[in-house]
Each structure stands twice: as C-alpha cells, then as structure tokens.
Design a protein around this ligand. Sequence first.
Ligand code: TRP
Length: 321
Amino acid sequence: MTTTRRLTGFKPTGHLHLGNLLGALRPLIAAQAATESIALIADLHALTLEHDPERVRAHTLEQATVMLAAGVDPERTPIVVQSHVPEHTGLHYLLECVTGFGEAARMIQFKEKSAGRGHVRLSLLTYPVLMAADILLYDIQQVPVGEDQNQHLELARTIATRFNGRYGETFTVPEGVRPDSAARVMDLADPTAKMGKSQGTGQIGLLDPPQTVRRTIARAVTDELAVVRRDRERQPGVTNLIDILAECTGREPSDPYSYGALKREAADAVEALLTPIRKRHAEFAADPAHVRKILADGAARIRPRAQATVRRTRAALGLLD
Ligand code: TRP
C-alpha cells in the first residue's frame, strides 16, 4: 500500500505562533506515521514583499528549529528550505507558461497585498505559480490549507489539470485538506482576526517566555456578557479561549461564569504545551550546525523526485534534452 503524500508550507516572515502549532504543526506531527509528509519552509515566498535579509535568514533557521522542537521527525518528514532545491524555481518558469496573467492578477491575496503600494514586486503576482511548483514538484496528493490559501491551491489544481490536458499526463492533481482539528486560533487582542505572524499584540509566539504568554492571555479581549460559552458571533474572544483550552487539553472550561478562571486555565494549558517545546528548542538552537545538516539532508533526500518532475515537464513542453 502506498501512503498519501502531503506537503505543508510555512513562510519564514515571522515567528511561529500558537495558531501555526495547533492549526498546522500538530496535525503534521500527528499524521507523520500515516502519511509521507514534507515540511516546506518557503523562503522564496518571503521575498515577495519588502523584506529584511537578515530577518528572513534568521526566521528560516528558527522555524526549522521550532519544527524539530515541536516533534517533527526529520527521518520521517523531511524539513526542506525551498531555495535549497533549485527545481522549485525551475518548475516555476515552466508553469508560468501555462498560467494566464489574468488568473494570477485575480488572486485575492495579490489584490490585497498590492493595493495602495507604489512598488509591487513582480514576484508577488507570480507567487501562486511558485506555490503550485512547490506542490507539483513532489507529486503531492494532499495539501493542508487554511482559507487564505484556498484560492492558490485551486490555481495549482487548474494549472496541473490544464498542463496534463494539453501536454500529456505529467502532474498529480493535488487536493486541499482541512486540518483534522477545527483549530483556527484567533488573535487574542482582536478575536475577529486570525492569529498572524506580524500584526498586533495578540499573538502567542511559540518561543515567548512564560510571563509574556500569561500576560497576553490575561489581557485577551472578552466581553461584558459574563458567561463562558461558545458563540463566535457574539463572544468571539471567549470562544477563542475555550477553543484554545479544548485544543490544548481536550477538556472544557471548569467554571462557566468567571473569565478570570477561563484565562488562567487557558494559560496553564498553553504553558503545559509550550514548556517542553521551549526546552527542546534551546537544545537544538545550541547546535545550529546540526539543524543545518538536517536541512541539507532533507533537501538532498527529496531532490531526485523534484529533478524527475522537471525532466518530465521539460520533455512534455518540447525542450531539447
Ligand atoms: N503560501 C503559503 C502561506 O503563505 C506558504 C506556502 C508556500 C505553501 N508554498 C506552499 C503552502 C505550498 C502549501 C503548499 O502560508
């Protein structure tokens, strides 16, 4: 029996946070035995908006280190830095030749991120084509995606299907999967927005010190209703805290009336989850050469498949070998 091939992508534009852990990393770790997964750190995607070179480099290494600390087993799940496998950009160009300008320009994220900017990098427009290359290179069947990446995944499917139709069976058409848990962690300071890497004060970084974590949760926005219940519409903050507690412990809040107690329980639960990750992170971070070796091994291990895909694609398109 062959196992399902999955790819989970992360963009090194900031510190990984609780939303990444519960929504992406934990599902990846839980599925490690049953699927053939790749954890991709999409560093080239971090260059599509104004960026600080030193930060991109630091976040790339930090994200890899945090993945190891959280329990990604690099023997089972290669952790790969996108730019270490040049076939990503090689396939990108070939896929651009079957993608319409209008298709790329229609992407909601492109429109949002380019709006009101003087200088828009061309790579911001072509970003979803690079993302399609990330997926199609490895014959991926399943891609866990949040809502914000749905449209990009659809484009990857369109590109694969179109290519296969015009130039012959070349790519596996990937499917989007929702992470098993309903985990969608919202920002604690603005519980109507998803927890993100770079906005505001309501994120919990996986490497934040305990007192910061506790302070962020203690200051979480709630409401005046004084009842602990799930009601995303009317009580988004309280609902988020209940969900975080449930995700971390599998249990519901014990006191249905006190927001103080809810916050304490949620903070304890998050701390119980983060303490061992911080500790293991410190161990891995003490030996960056070891982490880099793991990344080099991961890239070397998956590269033959990427090379085979590019060879197949070149041949289908009529390039002389
Ligand atoms: N674009 C994704 C994001 O911003 C990251 C990503 C890059 C990705 N390549 C991918 C996700 C391939 C899934 C598959 O979060």
